[in-house]
Design a binder for this molecule. Structure first.
Ligand code: GDP
Length: 208
């Protein structure tokens, strides 16, 4: 039964493929269908998480190809649905003009995209929710759309530490916004992959 349910979940992601990139707001594809976006500090494990969720090894590494790292990258699924890979934040030294361009692009997308149903924030469990993540949460929180935090690299901690970090993240989220959930995740062991798929599929399901 469990295997069957898992296959049903993964099948929605099976035919996902790279679709488009946008370096500026006027390059965004038409605002239709339903989208779920991923964001996080660079190196938090975002690409690995997208790959694990889609059951693919290299899908999100497309976003790493030269010229695409600062773009919004779209991956199309069935029924006009998309997963959207947003540029990582938190590089130590980014010139102000590039940072301003990112903020303009990210702001246009995150705050005004009608198709966007929810935001996944990828956080390294060992670092926990940082000041930059909090800024992102506060910013996106104004839309009233749901946020789901993946505490990635959970395999790097023992069970007790995992629970401690999850509770701490819950506590922080509760102070910032109402529509937030948090889960443990590891793209190495696959722990939490099914739970993440379920959240995404709930967001992407057509409104009834
Ligand atoms: P991104 O910059 O957020 O897209 O991060 P990546 O997905 O490229 O991951 C950054 C580094 O962390 C890589 O060396 C990955 O192999 C490693 N990594 C990512 N996810 C996990 C995980 O769940 N467990 C472990 N142990 N390592 C991970």
């Amino acid at each position: 039964m469990r295997d069957h349910a898992e296959r049903a979940d993964v099948s929605a992601f099976q035919h996902i493929r790279y679709f488009a990139s946008a370096a500026q707001p006027d390059q965004l594809p038409p605002d239709r269908g339903a989208e779920a976006a991923f964001v996080g500090r660079s190196n938090a494990g975002k690409s690995s998480a997208i790959n694990a969720i889609c059951g693919r090894r290299k899908l999100a590494f497309v976003s790493r190809t030269p010229g695409r790292t600062q773009m919004i990258n779209f991956f199309s699924m069935e029924k006009d649905n998309c997963l959207v890979d947003l540029p990582g934040y938190g590089y130590a030294k980014v010139p102000a003009d590039i940072r301003n361009r990112w903020e303009h692009l990210l702001g246009s997308y995150l705050l005004y995209r009608v198709a966007l149903r929810g935001l996944v924030i990828v956080v390294d469990i060992r670092q926990g929710i940082t000041a930059l993540d909090t800024k992102m949460l506060e910013w996106f929180g104004t839309t009233g759309k749901p946020v789901h935090v993946l505490l990635t690299k959970a395999d790097k901690l023992g069970r007790q530490q995992q629970v401690k970090q999850q509770n701490e993240a819950r506590r922080q989220l509760a102070n910032i916004l109402a529509h937030a959930s948090v889960q443990l995740f590891s793209s190495v062991t696959g722990d939490g992959v099914e739970e993440a798929r379920k959240t995404l599929l709930q967001w992407l399901a057509p409104a009834r």
